[in-house]
Design a protein around this ligand. Structure first.
Ligand code: ZN
Ligand code: MN
Length: 484
């Protein structure tokens, strides 16, 4: 049977985090009343003149720097001509032959892959090449109702960055990693919030399959309506075998656009592409070409640490494991939380453990994001220090943490109120130890006879008798001393 390989290309549109639109001063505001942030420019009135948004140019240059693109000395804006009801000018201002950024690559690091696929990554440290990143304006948004269609022009003219990738992606898992890294870079750079559900990051997927050993790409099929990264993965996992099956069955695939149905988990035909669009690009006569030097300089000054750089630094500065560092750096808000808490900590590694275990499970149980965490970083640091210095033991620590999470009180206050202070006074523990030995002559004799596990039982009895307050390490020491 013929084996097939898939070739996947992703086109990603990212809404830039600017205050105003690309070519006018209307506000960019998610969820505003329809058609309230509009003016003659973004409504495409005849004679209205566009004025470039400098911040949008800087953010695009920043994305280019973070992804290793080349930025030429000059970029320019062109008109992309086509008719669509959500685009009143009948052209979109975009960039054609002189985009702001060229080349670059997206490093697909291991933890960007879906969790269940991280152990079976086909090509480690793969870099998916980029063709270009250009800047354009978004179109309006149509709302299809039962008998009519409404158009909201609030989105018309908002700055949009288009990231065009080479067809370097070979599997649904790689596509997942690619989008995850792009999303991280956008968030790290403050370029976009890149929330796919809000349409801030939108992705069109091109897929073709061809027999192994052949050079010529198969028929390209486009899938639209993808609104989550896991949806992209699932759509590809459906579409690739569908195309292979069709070819094996002797079908001839035609160029078409398909829609992903997330609920049914399948793609369906939207339309057949009869001919390639001719957009008749030409330079926008209202906008002069842009010299990029000062933009690049401004962007360079704003270039933040990249996720994979942060990961390496967490290992070097805080002694956390590479895996933990990667999990923390995967999410900028989580990384910032950790860094703030770890700065004052005696043992930053323990802070990382608390964040990755207790804190994260408490947050997910309460459906809260790290940015809404009821325990601020310094408060967690205080708790971990109480445990590390032996003031309370780790079991008491868990009790205190649960209380901090629900009441927002500081750790020290809860320890005080609950009388949880760990008993580290040798004399006090000796009293418990003596009682335990007297009450459990069997296990005591077993330990004396060399049965090491008996000590754990006795230690447990001391902890119980002390109502969990005894310092367990100290209790063990005293038991051993008394029984030797
Ligand atoms: Zn406007
Ligand atoms: Mn575009």
């Amino acid at each position: 049977m013929t084996e097939y390989i898939a070739t996947i290309g992703l086109e990603v549109h990212v809404q830039l985090k600017t205050c105003s639109k690309m070519f006018c001063s209307c506000a960019v505001e998610y969820g505003a009343e329809p058609n309230t942030n509009v003016c003659p420019v973004c409504l495409g009135m005849p004679g209205a003149l566009p004025v470039m948004n400098e911040e949008a140019l800087k953010l695009t240059a920043l994305a280019g720097l973070m992804l290793g693109c080349e930025i030429g000395p000059v970029c320019k804006f062109d008109r992309k001509n086509y008719f669509y009801p959500d685009m009143p000018k009948n052209y979109q201002i975009s960039q054609y032959d002189l985009p702001l950024c060229l080349g670059g690559a997206v490093p697909l690091h291991d933890l960007a892959y879906p969790k269940d696929a991280q152990k079976t990554i086909a090509t480690k440290d793969k870099k998916a090449r980029l063709t270009r990143i250009h800047l354009e304006e978004d179109v309006a948004k149509s709302f299809h109702m039962e008998t009519a269609t409404g158009i909201d022009f609030n989105r018309a003219g908002t700055p949009l960055m288009e990231i065009v990738g080479e067809a370097d992606i070979a599997s649904p898992e790689e596509a997942f990693a690619y989008l995850t890294v792009l999303q991280q870079v956008m968030i790290y750079g403050g370029i976009s919030d890149a929330d796919m559900e809000k349409g801030q990051l939108r992705c069109d997927v091109n897929i073709s399959v061809r027999p192994v050993g052949t050079e010529k790409f198969g028929t390209k099929i486009e899938v639209k309506n993808l609104n989550s990264i896991s949806g992209v993965r699932r759509a590809l996992a459906f579409e690739i075998p569908r195309q292979i099956e069709a070819l094996r069955g002797g079908a001839v695939l035609q160029q078409e656009t398909r829609r992903w149905d997330d609920t049914r988990g399948e793609t369906t035909l939207m339309r057949i592409k009869e001919s390639a669009h001719d957009y008749r690009y030409f330079p926008d006569p209202d906008l002069l070409p842009v010299k990029t030097a000062s933009l690049v300089e401004a962007a360079r000054a704003r270039k933040p640490e990249l996720p994979w750089e942060k990961r390496a630094r967490f290992v070097a500065d805080f002694g956390v494991s590479d895996y933990d560092a990667a999990v923390l750096a995967n999410d900028l808000a989580l990384a910032s939380y950790f860094e703030t808490a770890a700065k004052g900590a005696k043992k930053p590694k323990n802070v990382a453990n608390w964040i990755l275990n207790d804190l994260q499970s408490a947050l997910s149980a309460a459906s809260l994001a790290i940015t809404d965490c009821p325990v601020p970083p310094h408060a967690l640091d205080e708790l971990v220090n109480l445990i590390d210095t032996g003031a309370i033991n780790s079991k008491q620590g868990k009790e205190v943490f649960a209380e901090m999470f629900s009441s927002r009180k500081p750790a020290a206050t809860i320890v005080e109120e609950k009388g949880l202070k760990q008993e580290s006074d040798t004399g006090a523990i000796e009293v418990f130890v003596d009682q335990v030995i007297a009450a459990n002559p069997g296990p005591a004799a077993d330990f004396k006879a060399g049965k090491v596990s008996a000590l754990n039982f006795l230690k447990g009895q001391v902890m119980k008798l002390s109502k969990g307050k005894a310092n367990p390490a100290l209790a063990g020491e005293i038991l051993e001393k008394k029984l030797s």
